[in-house]
Structures are given as C-alpha cells and as structure tokens.
Design a protein around this ligand. Structure first.
Ligand SMILES: Nc1ncnc2c1ncn2[C@@H]1O[C@H](COP(=O)(O)OP(=O)(O)OP(=O)(O)O)[C@@H](O)[C@H]1O
Ligand SMILES: [Mg+2]
Length: 246
C-alpha cells in the first residue's frame, strides 16, 4: 500500500501576463522520496519551485503539503510547514559570517511566525547543526563572500535545511561546478535524504539526476510530459526527442 503523498500538486497553472508558464501541472512526492524534476531551459522548473515555496502565487490549482493546503500561505509559513528550497542563484550576505548567514533568516522566520525571538543558544545550535550537515562547520566564522562556488552551494543548502524540513527542493545545486564537486553535492543530497528528508532535485546534469532519482517528472514548455520510474522515463521516446535528444 502506498503511503499518502507528502506533496500533492493538482492542476497548477501560472501565467506571466499573457504567457502561460505552467499549465495543468500534477505530480506527487512521497515521504522520504528522491524525485528528479527535469526539462529544457525555460520549461518552468524554477517557476514550479517558486509557486510551491510561495515566492510566486499560482493562478489555478491546489498545492497540498503534509495534509495542509498551502494555497495563499506566505513563504515563511510554508517553510514552517516543512517545505524548504534552495535558490538557483545563491545570494548570500557576503559581509556576514557563514554562521550569521544561517541565523539571520532563521531569526526572521521565527519572528514572522510567533512575533518572538528564538533564544540565542537554540538558534546557534540549530544553525551549527545545519552547517555540520553540509560539512561547513569548520568555516562557520569565515565571511560568506570569501567562500568558493561549491561552499556557496553548501551554504545555500544549509540555509534551506536549517528549519529541519520534510521536503527539500534543490534548484540546480550543481550548476557550474567541476565533476568532483558535483559528486560532493550529490553525496550530500543522498545523505540529507538518508536522514529522512524527501528531495526534489532539479538538474541538467543527467548523470547526477539518473543516479539520484527514484522517479522523474519531466516538464516541457510548461506542461508535464512524463512522470514515472527514472529508467522508464529516460527511455520514453517523447522525452528523448524533446529533452535528451539535443
Ligand atoms: N518573473 C517572470 N516574468 C516573466 N517571465 C518569466 C518570469 N520568470 C520566468 N519567466 C519565464 O517563464 C519561463 C519558465 O522559466 P523558469 O525559470 O521556470 O524555467 P526553468 O525550467 O527553471 O529554466 P532553467 O533550466 O533555465 O533554469 C521562461 O520562459 C522564463 O523566461
Ligand atoms: Mg530554473
């Protein structure tokens, strides 16, 4: 028997002016699952993440997460419900320490939520734990602006998981990295998943996507064109023609 889905997206649509970016998107993510979300540039992957995380509001459809309807909720409310995302282009506070980069958004989220500040020690512990999880604890006191590209990606993931999410959506965490660095992020995402976090990996690096994903959802021009076990989807002639063939 299948468990109930952690995330259920039904008929999600989004337009920018007259331009339909997402059209009738349906998919599910199960607790602890590793899902790959792929598709050509501009197919709507980041817009999907933005609608799920509340950065954008979707125009049609419903988003259910962990038994709760997310429609209309603000990003920090969705984060509190357990939905975390990393941004495709990390924008850290370059002049703050690595540790502060985790603590500032956590503080903001706690204040938005309850109007109260988190106790400093609790905040510090939680932020350090997130840094430890991504292997950045030794660099906690460095300025974020001095980090290398891969460490910036790790910082972005640490920020996302600091609130101990049930689902992490990683939007191109490997883009622009060398192969050995890609493997490091891949191992990190596997490790977070083994701690019970469901992960949606958005990625163009097919070697990483196919190694990681138990299931793939494929978008093309704002529509879902495939959804199923990774190897089956990769053999799908339509997916080959539209995405893999180039
Ligand atoms: N704020 C916006 N206003 C208008 N159009 C937008 C906006 N954001 C994205 N778009 C358009 O929506 C489409 C989908 O963009 P999106 O960023 O979701 O694609 P993507 O699948 O994440 O692509 P990539 O693989 O390049 O990251 C693109 O045509 C893009 O130009
Ligand atoms: Mg994108």
């Amino acid at each position: 028997m299948n468990p109930s889905p952690l995330l259920r997206v039904q008929d999600m649509g989004k337009r920018f002016g007259g331009f339909v970016v997402l059209d009738g998107i349906d998919f599910e993510v199960y607790p602890g699952e590793r899902l790959g979300l792929i598709g050509p540039n501009g197919s709507g992957k980041s817009t999907t993440v933005n609608c799920l995380s509340g950065v954008l509001s979707h125009d049609t459809g419903q988003i259910r997460f962990d038994g709760q309807l997310l429609d209309g909720l603000k990003p920090h409310q969705r984060a509190y419900a357990g939905l975390a995302r990393s941004f495709q282009i990390p924008r850290p506070f370059a002049r703050l320490s690595v540790l502060k980069n985790i603590k500032v958004p956590m503080m903001f989220a706690a204040e938005q939520r309850s109007g109260q500040r988190l106790r400093e020690t609790a905040l510090d512990d939680q932020a350090r734990q997130a840094l430890q999880q991504v292997g950045l604890l030794a660099k906690a006191d460095l300025l974020a602006g001095s980090l290398t590209q891969i460490d910036l990606r790790k910082l972005e993931l640490a920020r996302a998981i600091a609130a101990q999410p049930k689902l992490l959506i990683a939007d191109e965490s490997m883009a622009g990295l060398a192969t050995s660095e890609t493997d490091e992020i891949l191992a990190l995402l596997f490790q977070l998943n083994s701690q019970g976090i469901a992960v949606i990996m958005i990625e163009h690096i097919m070697r990483a996507v196919s190694a990681f994903s138990q299931r793939l959802v494929v978008l093309a021009a704002g529509k879902k064109i495939a959804d199923g076990p990774t190897q089956e989807v990769l053999r799908d002639p339509l997916v080959e023609r539209i995405y893999l063939g180039d």
